[in-house]
Write a protein that binds this ligand. Structure first.
Ligand SMILES: CC(C)(COP(=O)(O)OP(=O)(O)OC[C@H]1O[C@@H](n2cnc3c(N)ncnc32)[C@H](O)[C@@H]1OP(=O)(O)O)[C@@H](O)C(=O)NCCC(=O)NCCS
Length: 249
């Protein structure tokens, strides 16, 4: 894989991440048996051990491919072999680069759902990403009443059909991406992170714990990898260029 990964993933050639840039990569996680073996070979022992604990083969394979891709991308940014990338983990499992290995201030996060992986990278700005497969949610209204803010509940109540359904997943992924930045789990009630979908062009973080000024420091970007996936990125800092691309066709 070391020799030919640029062939497999042309997007990784000449990869460069500027200081004010966020790069998001999307990739399908299903692959051939040979590719799966190649990705597996990139993993370290603890990751192989974790892979062996998955009950379902599909989940195991997606984990392996996700980790392999993460290593390939990080290795390219850092100019080291994918197998040299070392992780440490936050209290609730958020992976980060182990310091001391490289001088970099590379921040990253990833998410996967139903065979699709999304990976977000930037330099120095805390970042979180979430993707969800858009599936039927028969209890959407009840879920919103329980977990969403008044502004979000009002938006959900004012919309119907597909627009409402997609809006629901937009709000959900934005909240999840925000909580994934710190990786500390739910440090405040979910309904205290307020997402504003009222502007047709862009999504906005309207308030955090009742504080609009604090919320204004954050950039929230929603995107749709395909018509059946909703994804969102949360990053601290406003003056950032966000580029979203595919690793695989
Ligand atoms: C741990 C948690 C982030 C996992 O979320 P998920 O939707 O099941 O999984 P995702 O695919 O989005 O993300 C998983 C990846 O995020 C990373 N991750 C793991 N723990 C993390 C954490 N605490 N914070 C940020 N990223 C984390 C890992 O790389 C993981 O991939 P891996 O398992 O292949 O290593 C999530 O369960 C959580 O704690 N959320 C808190 C906020 C919440 O409850 N929101 C509800 C919003 S309505």
């Amino acid at each position: 894989m070391d020799q030919n990964h640029n062939q497999l993933l042309p997007a990784l050639q000449d990869l460069y991440l500027a200081n004010n840039q966020v790069q998001v990569w999307q990739a399908w996680l299903d692959c051939s048996t040979q590719e799966l073996t190649d990705y597996y070979d990139l993993l370290l022992l603890d990751e192989k051990a974790r892979a062996s604990r998955f009950y379902f083969e599909g989940d195991r394979n997606h984990y392996i491919v996700c980790r392999g891709l993460l290593r390939l991308i990080l290795g390219t940014y850092l100019g080291i072999k994918p197998t040299r990338v070392e992780f440490c983990y936050g209290k609730h499992g958020k992976p980060a680069l182990r310091t001391g290995l490289v001088e970099d201030n590379l921040e990253f996060n990833l998410s996967h759902s139903n065979g699709l992986g999304v990976f977000a990278f930037c330099r120095g700005n805390p970042i979180g990403i979430d993707v969800e497969y858009i599936r039927p949610m028969p209890d959407e209204d009840r879920f919103a009443e329980q977990f969403f803010s008044d502004l979000e509940i009002a938006w959900i109540g004012a919309h119907a059909g597909a627009e409402k359904h997609i809006g629901f997943f937009k709000i959900w992924t934005c909240k999840e991406a925000f909580f994934k930045v710190s990786g500390d789990g739910l440090t405040l009630p979910i309904n205290q992170v307020v997402i504003d979908l009222s502007r047709s062009q862009s999504v906005r973080l309207a308030a955090i714990d009742g504080n609009p000024e604090q919320a204004a420091r954050w950039k929230i970007v929603t995107f749709e990898p395909t018509a059946v996936f909703q994804a969102a990125l949360a990053v601290e800092g406003q003056d950032l260029q966000v580029d979203i691309g595919w690793l695989s066709p």
